[in-house]
Design a protein around this ligand. Structure first.
Ligand code: FAD
Length: 426
């Protein structure tokens, strides 16, 4: 009999909660990954995230083969069908995986749990993606926090008294078999992207300067941890411990991530609908031509265009500029935040449903603890504050300041008044 360890959003061997638990089961552990068509089908065939996942898994497989006499099995199909195939080949006693809080993953895991029960196979799941999950940080009456500041205060208070679990999984006890199934990108219907996920940076110098540098898009002042946290190529516990000594501001950003994670967990309807439901009544203009100009970065507002072009070219956009471009879409153009959310989801290497939906709703004013609707970023004033020498703009909008650059597609003052009139009645 064996245990199966199912990699999902935790693509690493070190400090991995469910892997550690599986290894302590006393049975040989078979590591697997499942390429799920339900997730893959909606993606472009050269999606950079699929390339990254595939390359990371291949590296883990090589490490398991060369150092541990084991391997990693790749499968393609509906998870339930894949497990049926695995059960034909092995006598499986238990499956181990780390929690995933997105609505699709929850439904998938629930269905699987029911089926495994009927097969008398245990399904052990662990917290790994976040330091505090679900309702671990809640109000004294047990209800979830919907405001960030009290959530953050409670988070820190609880964290002070909580010793982080020390998962020092020793990787022995894996299935001693190296000829496990492997799939190339082509086998799953994809090809290699020209975009790569850059390495992250988390040294003391970056952390010490984070608070003052992080708002300036022309500076390399942030960690670029996004995709690494999203796919679990790093452990959040280790990252938090590393950051704690140097930057409270940086830790607060990691806590925003946990805040939005628990919001999506408690309020899964926010995947598609506004947290504050009355905002679903807004009469968006939803002009498709204007939406296309926003997507391609030809709005005539250089900072907005620089951001969209950075996103299109690299799969990344600086946080300050994410706020400005998102605000421009919802408030200047009066286009539904869901359109923008979906566009970011298709492009961001660090796309994470909880953080993307949470931040979009924050900008649109319809989310938890959101920016008030009358807070409308002025892209010109933002440029003067955060890119006053136009370094960022020049990098992405080379024709800026020449005759070929378009005039602003909408006047700021007019757009502001139109937005206030639209939001006021709701
Ligand atoms: P750093 O500044 O170095 O921050 C470190 C880490 O803290 C980030 O990697 C991230 O995990 C977390 N973090 C920082 N800011 C936030 C925040 N506001 N909310 C949640 N977590 C945060 N972040 C995503 O991870 N995925 C998304 O899909 C996403 N969509 C966004 C959409 C909009 C409209 C906006 C305004 C922000 C969005 N963010 C998202 C948050 C933030 O912009 C990115 O996390 C950050 O820019 C990533 O770069 P970094 O890793 O260098 O960040």
């Amino acid at each position: 009999p064996i245990s199966v360890f199912w990699f999902r959003r935790d693509l690493r061997l070190d400090d991995n909660a469910a892997l550690s638990l599986a290894l302590s089961s006393g049975r040989p552990v078979l590591p697997i990954f499942i390429f799920d068509p339900h997730i893959l089908n909606s993606l472009a065939r050269d999606d950079a995230r699929v390339t990254f996942i595939h390359a990371t898994l291949t590296a883990i497989r090589t490490q398991l083969e060369t150092q541990y006499g084991s391997s990693l099995a790749f499968y393609h199909g509906k998870p339930l069908d894949v497990f049926q195939r695995i059960f034909h080949a092995y006598q499986v006693t238990a499956i181990y995986a780390n929690h995933d809080y997105e609505p699709y993953a929850r439904t998938r895991d629930e269905a699987l749990r029911k089926w495994l029960q009927s097969q008398s196979v245990d399904f052990h799941t662990c917290k790994d993606l976040v330091i505090f999950e679900k309702n671990e940080i809640s109000k004294t009456d047990g209800r979830p926090y919907t405001l960030y500041t009290p959530y953050q205060q409670k988070w820190k208070a609880v964290h002070c008294h909580t010793k982080l679990a020390n998962y020092s999984a020793e990787i022995k006890g894996l299935v001693q078999q190296t000829a496990l199934p492997y799939l190339t990108l082509a086998d799953i219907g994809f090809h290699r992207s020209s975009l790569a996920v850059p390495p992250y940076r988390l040294d003391p110098t970056l952390l010490r300067h984070y608070e003052q540098d992080r708002n300036f898009p022309a500076m390399a002042g942030t960690s670029r941890l996004g995709p690494h946290l999203r796919f679990g190529t790093v452990s959040i516990r280790k990252i938090f411990q590393q950051a704690q000594a140097y930057s409270d501001t940086f830790c607060n950003e990691l806590i925003w991530r946990e805040f939005f994670s628990q919001i999506l967990w408690h309020f899964p309807h926010t995947e598609h609908n506004s947290f504050k439901s009355k905002f679903d009544l807004i009469q968006w203009r939803n002009n498709e031509t204007e939406f296309r100009r926003w997507c391609e970065g030809t709005t005539g507002y250089p900072l907005v265009d620089a951001g969209m072009r950075e996103l299109n070219a690299t799969g990344y956009m600086h946080n300050r500029v994410r706020m400005i471009t998102a605000s421009f879409l919802c408030k200047h153009l009066l286009i539904d935040w869901r359109w923008g959310e979906a566009y970011f989801a298709s492009k961001l290497l660090d796309y994470d449903m909880a953080s993307n939906v949470g931040n979009w709703q924050w900008v649109a004013g319809c989310g938890t603890d959101a920016a008030p609707y009358f807070r409308i970023f002025n892209p010109i004033a933002q440029t003067q504050k955060f890119d006053k020498n136009f370094d960022y703009i020049r990098t992405w909008v080379s024709e800026w300041n020449t005759g070929t650059y378009p005039a602003p597609m909408v006047d700021h003052k007019l757009a502001r008044e139109r937005c206030l009139k639209t939001f006021l009645p709701v």
